[in-house]
Design a protein around this ligand. Structure first.
Ligand code: ACM
Length: 559
């Protein structure tokens, strides 16, 4: 079929699809993604005006105050409304008349009616068992009427509540929030996205804009795949050749380099983030309740590291920083003690940049042809009777987990290590979701991101938006007693084919659907209603510069 004919057929089919033109706003579902645990709508709306007070409890400390300030800034930016953020004062100073809250405002009292009042209270979820404590922390209660009342037990809960209000704001003069009562908390504690900046190397502003958009969708983990065969992208003061040799832009294809140059970043040939840039990004994410988990992929996928320090390979011969796509046949050497000394010094530095309690060590797709024959590994092979590379890798992973433990970090690794993962390792299931079940049966936690549903760099041909939206993260056959081992999941945006021009189109709208998969109750998911809610959110994101990928397979109603 000619291209024009295809387009016409697609347009007709799109018109015949199950999504009618928008009805009157009141009949529309609230434009919320992810959909909350419980929503009750009422008549009326709360008008947001210049000077409307946003009262934050002093017990919430800097965390609450920062969440309020951040949200007030977003509101001013998007709707032109300037709230007055005020903190309550301690109880003992209570002298305000009834209906007023004692605050640090100019006259010391703020009228509760007509204000947005935050209370530090997780009471609505107090019956939760310990393994679900994250729901009390990240959850909230929101009541919108003649005032707005928010109950949250922690800064992340308040942040999530405010992001809900942000989505609820209907533009107008003055903008308003529809009357509603929402009780909300996440299904999973770990709701993330992987970005591969080793192969695609985005400027800090792009990284920040991803973190910001994730946080508005209540996603809370940014898994940063920041080093690999094609580039080491972290400035290291302890091992400077890592970024000097491994952090090159030369390995990137011309199109990507031009895209970076066009934006005035990377034009100096620097192919790594400075420590100042990294610390700023980490702080930016923390303010949005997003944890940055760095992935230092070893012992394979580490050519850039080996190019910088050839003594880390078994042969001691340098390999180049790699170009293009592939799995490259070289790895760090499990039998060399200097490898562990190197990693110990390196991780001591990395934990000063990345404060998250987790470090991901990759350990996927290790192609180490020389391992079994390398003289450096013979002592280990003889001592432990290893018969293949998996044995040597199990030794490597155990040693690295001990180093990370010493530095106060929990190790995450891809599912290749499931059989021999040391106690406490978190497994990330990618080849098959079932690795999460196997891990749980061994007493290990896991993160779910199978290629079949979560590899968002893959084209539409691989899986549709509807496939992703319908994905059930709990693996089939998992003993319900082991449910708590499933921490949550991620969508993975690998960088081989990512440029600054296409990155958003790969991520959106898939990231939005993923946010609902990870947050909302399983039985609250509703595909048709999701598409209705997506429409205004997409419009708003597009208005602010996000590009969206085509979802033509979904429009054609293909499976
Ligand atoms: C992976 O996709 N190699 C984790």
């Amino acid at each position: 079929m000619k291209k024009n004919c295809v387009l016409i057929v697609m347009a007709i089919l799109a018109g015949l699809s199950s999504h009618p033109a928008p009805a009157a706003p009141r009949d529309q579902p609230l434009a919320l993604i992810p959909w909350p645990a419980s929503v009750e709508r009422q008549a009326g709306a709360f008008a947001l005006k210049d000077g409307t007070a946003l009262v934050v409890p002093i017990q919430g400390g800097a965390d609450f105050a920062a969440a309020a300030e951040l949200w007030a800034a977003k509101l001013a930016d998007r709707h032109g409304v300037r709230l007055s953020v005020v903190q309550t004062r301690p109880m003992e100073a209570r002298t305000c008349p009834p209906g007023m809250i004692i605050t640090s405002g100019p006259d010391g009292c703020t009228r509760a009616e007509g204000a947005i009042v935050v209370e530090m209270s997780p009471a609505f979820l107090s019956e939760l068992p310990p393994e679900r404590a994250y729901q009390a922390q990240q959850g909230y209660r929101l009541e919108v009427g003649t005032s707005i009342r928010i109950m949250a037990g922690a800064g992340s809960g308040l942040h999530n509540a405010l992001m809900t209000v942000l989505q609820l704001v209907e533009p107008g003069a003055p903008p308003q929030v529809p009357a509603v009562t929402i009780i909300d908390y996440p299904r999973f504690s770990w709701r993330g996205m992987l970005l591969d900046s080793s192969r695609s190397f985005e400027p800090p502003e792009v990284i920040k804009s991803y973190i910001d958009r994730l946080s508005e969708l209540k996603l809370n983990v940014f898994h940063w795949h920041i080093v690999d065969d094609q580039g080491w992208r972290i400035e290291s003061k302890v091992w400077p050749r890592l970024h000097e040799v491994g952090g090159t832009l030369a390995a990137m294809n011309t199109k990507k380099r031009i895209a970076l140059d066009k934006n005035g970043w990377g034009a100096d040939g620097r192919g790594y983030y400075t420590q100042d840039e990294l610390r700023e990004i980490v702080a930016y994410a923390a303010a949005r309740h997003v944890m940055i988990v760095p992935e230092i992929d070893i012992p394979g996928h580490s050519s850039a590291m080996q190019a910088a320090y050839p003594e880390l390979t078994c042969s001691g011969e340098a390999v180049p920083v790699r170009h293009g796509i592939g799995i490259f046949p070289s790895a760090l050497c499990p039998g060399k003690e200097n490898v562990y000394e190197f990693l110990d010094i390196l991780f001591a530095e990395l934990v000063t940049i990345f404060p998250a309690p987790y470090v991901h060590i990759g350990s996927d797709e290790v192609m180490a042809k020389e391992w079994m024959s390398a003289p450096a590994n013979q002592e280990l092979i003889a001592k432990y009777g290893y018969t293949d590379n998996a044995g040597l890798q199990s030794y490597f992973v155990k040693r690295v987990s001990e180093i990370l433990k010493k530095h106060g970090r929990t190790m995450i690794a891809w599912d290749e290590v499931t059989d021999y993962a040391p106690e406490g390792t978190v497994i990330q299931a990618w080849r098959k979701q079932d690795y999460a079940r196997v891990a749980a049966e061994k007493g290990l936690d896991s993160i779910i991101s199978p290629v079949t549903h979560c590899y968002i760099d893959y084209p539409q041909l691989s899986f549709t938006l509807k496939n992703l939206y319908s994905f059930e993260p709990i693996p089939a056959g998992l003993d319900p007693k082991l449910l708590a081992h499933i921490k949550g999941g991620e969508v993975n945006l690998w960088g081989e084919r990512v440029t600054l021009d296409n990155i958003d189109k790969k991520a959106f709208p898939r990231v939005i659907a993923h946010a609902e998969v990870m947050w909302s109750p399983a039985d609250a998911r509703d595909w048709d209603q999701f598409l209705d809610r997506l429409r205004p959110i997409k419009k708003d994101l597009k208005k602010r510069g996000t590009k969206f990928g085509k979802t033509w397979r979904d429009l054609l109603l293909l499976p």
